[in-house]
Design a protein around this ligand. Structure first.
Ligand code: PMP
Length: 350
């Protein structure tokens, strides 16, 4: 740290992304990426857009927003697009949290939430998950804070149903409730249709997982138009060109081929169930995941040891040091071939 670093950031603990090793070719099951490449149309549209890179992109992302509105059945002023859903989430912390509106989220959830709170000087509360890692919605009812819930949650994969989300929304009419749906396409129910019923709901989603576009950095938020106007005010005061030309074109192309996304999600769900069943046969305990990852622990080997042993054998999974979950690992669901190799390696280790 230099002596020039602002006092306000000195105690910041930055988010630590999953490893992206450059030395060895691993079977990468540690950052919840898709095992499938983007569809042909996305690759072609990206190449075409690259030939205009001397020009700034459209700050309004009109074509992309029009297509998203069509796919999600909302109007164009109910959508904002950002540089990954991380950016939408950060904008939500900036727009809706301060000392009189602290943030609240589970103790075990997406590790970026406390970092967004810290960098923006926002006080926050972490509500412990139940012992089975489920969210007890009663603890969020009328809480009078800005609520952030990943649904399905990460790294547990456990999802709330829409009735439960409605209970949180209706009991907090004076606070924004952000439902982070990064993993919703793998079997959970989206809250998007509730935006017309609750003016305090913001749903965030991403192209990173189900649409195989983590490298493009494209996320979006859906909410009533006043919320979208707030988020766009923050965006236009930060980086109006937050979506580059290649990403915008790739996003439009991906939305024109929804069947590719749906097929891939179906394969991931099948591979998740196949892998969970096999892990359970090996004695693992797995949470009921509705996401593109499995959260599992073995009574025979510690979480860190399994992670290290698998790494030695060319398979990367994600281990978290946090006390409550240190016996677990989060395993991204990949292709059937990748899952078979994972299971083989685990058998060898056990
Ligand atoms: N929310 C959750 C729960 C996540 O796990 C992630 C991925 N790390 C994100 C949001 C952010 O995804 P992205 O910025 O790639 O859209």
């Amino acid at each position: 740290m230099s002596k020039f670093f602002s006092e306000k950031y000195k105690s910041l603990e930055p988010y630590v992304p999953g490893e992206q090793p450059k030395d060895t070719v691993y079977i990468k099951l540690n950052t919840n990426e898709s095992p499938f490449p983007p569809c042909e149309e996305v690759i072609r549209a990206s190449k075409d857009a690259a030939s205009d890179l001397q020009l700034y992109p459209d700050p309004d992302c009109s074509e992309l927003i029009k297509k998203l509105a069509e796919v999600y059945g909302v109007s164009t002023d109910e959508i904002t697009v950002n540089n990954g859903s991380d950016e939408t989430l950060n904008f939500a912390f900036m727009a809706y949290c301060d000392k009189s509106h602290p943030a609240v989220f589970p103790d075990i959830t997406y590790g970026f939430y406390p970092v967004f709170a810290q960098i923006n000087g926002i006080p926050y509360e972490e509500i412990p998950l139940e012992s089975d890692f489920s969210i007890n919605i009663n603890k969020y009812k009328g809480i009078n804070k800005t609520v952030f819930i990943a649904n399905p949650n990460a790294p547990t994969g456990i999802a709330l149903n829409l009735e439960q989300i409605e209970e949180i929304l209706s009991s907090n009419p004076d606070n924004i409730v952000v439902i982070d749906e990064a993993y919703v396409d793998f079997g959970a129910k989206s809250a998007v249709k509730l935006i017309h019923k609750y003016n305090n709901l913001l749903v965030t989603q991403t192209f990173s997982k189900s649409r195989s576009m983590a490298g493009a950095r494209l996320g979006f938020g859906i909410a009533n138009k006043d919320i979208i106007a707030d988020l766009n005010a923050v965006k236009y005061s930060t980086n109006p060109y937050n979506i580059n030309r290649v990403t915008a074109a790739a996003g439009v192309a991906a939305l024109k081929n929804e069947s590719y996304t749906i097929e891939n999600c179906k394969k991931i769900e099948e591979n998740r169930e196949y892998t969970s069943e096999n892990l359970k046969e090996l004695g693992f305990i797995c949470t009921p995941s509705r996401a593109n990852f499995i959260f599992a622990k073995s009574p025979k080997i510690g979480g860190k040891e399994l992670y290290l042993e698998l790494k030695k054998r060319g398979v990367l999974i994600r281990h978290f040091e946090k006390e409550r979950i240190k016996d677990y690992n989060r395993i991204t669901v990949g292709s059937k071939e990748q899952m078979d190799i994972l299971l083989e390696r685990i058998k060898e280790i056990l």
